[in-house]
Design a protein around this ligand. Structure first.
Ligand code: NDP
Ligand code: 2IT
Length: 448
């Protein structure tokens, strides 16, 4: 049997040989493989059975054409994806992303992360992800509806409440889920458990809209308490101004922190008095506008073009909530220089692997995405439970369960660290704790 180093090297070479251009996928997988070395040393059965060889290969990849007509009558064609990555512990579960950057590498990296994230929630959900290179920016409501209907017309062949349950991600919120659900229902009849993030009137769960942002702060709270510290009066930078950013902002403020930035892909606003939640919600949720408009309305705020991670101020906590690879090595160095003690990731893979190395070398407490942002999918799984029993739970009930789940993710990551003597490395802890449950389920089910 190959030793662990040789085994992992061979696996990485296979991944690169098969898909040399899938750099985001490689980055996500390699980070996990590197964390798993001590587990493989202790459990030779994982090497012997090549369980990782199966884990890095999606069970199924679906790619399809999405034709739709724009308001001028032109025929448009986009590319749609659904990667059904791993169903060892439950039906495929994960969001749909609509963004021009979407390609197979992005969907595979997100689907792979989702496997271990979903495992960490403790709920019975496997990993999947999908989306399209459709750009929702500047599209009319009717264009969004026609696109969603066309997308679902194909996707509906492959999903089901016990098979695969999509949800939102970048560019997919309540409006898009409504159109997707309507088309599914038209073709198949009412089946509420087919999507999560639905409206409250037709089977959605209370607290799903808030879940990822609130969950991020519940997890951050555990990180901070682990250092006998608190969120009170901490200065926080948030990137993004979408679903995750808005509800992270809300909960961080409720916990007494002062959030001084939010951003979008054009630039960011800095408000030393603290960002006003209602103004951000009005601009982003009601008007679907740009974050620049915040500075036109709030006199203490300034708008700057570029990345919020280049703004040189003193602060305590960084919460990237926009997109993958938004923080590079140089920006991580500035984060350290700015006095930041905690980084917790609302977005998926927002820090490059070189950026993460900078955090670790400088003893910044680093809460990785698959642990820190698991609250969204956790409440999605609670929405599936409510749909199955045809009941709706109260906001408090769902929120209490979310708090317990986020605390448990921190605890099991810490426990994995202790078991393998990895100190404060919560990235390794989350990867190991997430992996072990999936690996045991895969081995129990044989070579399938
Ligand atoms: P939204 O579409 O609601 O918001 C996305 C935000 O990120 C917008 O402010 C957007 O700005 C910004 N953004 C997107 N792409 C880029 C880019 N290339 N460069 C800079 N800024 C960008 O998405 P969510 O808030 O739902 O998702 C944000 C992140 O959180 C993603 O990484 C997602 O995968 C992750 N996530 C989401 C969950 C959920 O439940 N929604 C659950 C767990 C993780 P602009 O308007 O200019 O595009
Ligand atoms: O990245 C994620 O975890 C999500 N976009 C949420 C997925 C879900 O199924 O709720």
């Amino acid at each position: 049997m190959a030793d662990v180093e040789t085994y992992l090297k061979g696996l990485k070479e296979t991944i690169i040989r098969r898909d040399p251009n899938q750099t985001e996928f490689q980055e996500a997988v390699f980070a996990v493989l590197d964390s798993l070395k001590p587990v493989l040393e202790k459990h030779p059965e994982y090497v012997k059975t090549n369980v990782l060889g199966s884990l890095v290969e999606p069970e199924r990849v679906i790619q399809f054409r999405v034709p739709w007509q724009d308001d001028e009558g032109n025929y448009q064609v986009n590319r749609g994806f659904r990667v059904q990555f791993n169903s060892a512990i439950g039906p495929y579960k994960g969001g749909l992303r609509l963004h021009p950057s979407v390609n197979l590498s992005i969907v595979k990296f997100l689907g792979f992360e989702q496997i271990l994230k979903n495992s960490l929630t403790g709920l019975p959900i496997g990993g999947g992800k999908g989306g399209s290179d459709f750009n929702p920016k500047g599209k009319s409501d009717l264009e969004i509806m026609r696109f969603c209907q066309s997308f679902m017309t194909e996707l509906q062949k492959y999903i089901g409440p016990d098979m695969d349950v999509p949800a939102g991600d970048i560019g997919v919120g309540g409006r898009e889920i409504g159109y997707l659900y309507g088309q599914y229902k038209r073709l198949n009849g009412s089946q509420r458990g087919i999507l999560t993030g639905k409206g409250l009137e037709y089977g959605g769960s209370l607290a799903r809209t808030e879940a990822t942002g609130f969950g991020l702060i519940y997890y951050l709270d555990a990180l901070v308490k682990g250092k006998n510290d608190s969120l009170k009066d901490k200065i926080v930078k948030i990137s993004g101004a979408g679903n995750v950013a808005i509800y992270a902002l809300k909960k961080a403020q409720e916990d007494g922190a002062k959030v001084v930035t939010v951003s979008d892909s054009n630039g960011y606003v800095y408000d030393p008095n603290g960002i006003d939640l209602e103004t951000v919600k009005q601009i982003k949720e009601v008007e679907r506008g740009r974050i620049k408009e915040y500075a036109d309305r709030i006199s203490t705020a300034k708008y700057f073009e570029g990345s919020v991670w280049d703004l040189d101020i003193k602060y305590d906590i960084a919460l990237p909530c926009a997109t993958q690879n938004e923080i590079d090595e140089e920006q991580a160095q500035l984060i350290v220089k700015s006095g930041v003690k905690y980084v917790a990731e609302g977005a998926n893979m927002p820090s490059t692997s070189k950026a993460i190395a900078v955090y670790k070398a400088n003893k910044v407490i680093y809460g990785p995405a698959k642990a820190a942002n698991a609250g969204g999918v956790a409440v999605s799984a609670l929405e599936m439970s409510q749909n199955s029993e045809r009941l709706s739970w109260t906001f408090e009930d769902v929120d209490d369960q979310l708090q317990a789940i986020m605390k448990n993710i921190y605890d099991i990551s810490e426990a994995a660290n202790k078991e393998y003597d990895l100190g404060d490395d919560l990235q390794a802890g989350a990867n190991i704790a997430g992996f072990e449950k999936v690996a045991k389920a895969m081995l129990a089910q044989g070579i399938v």
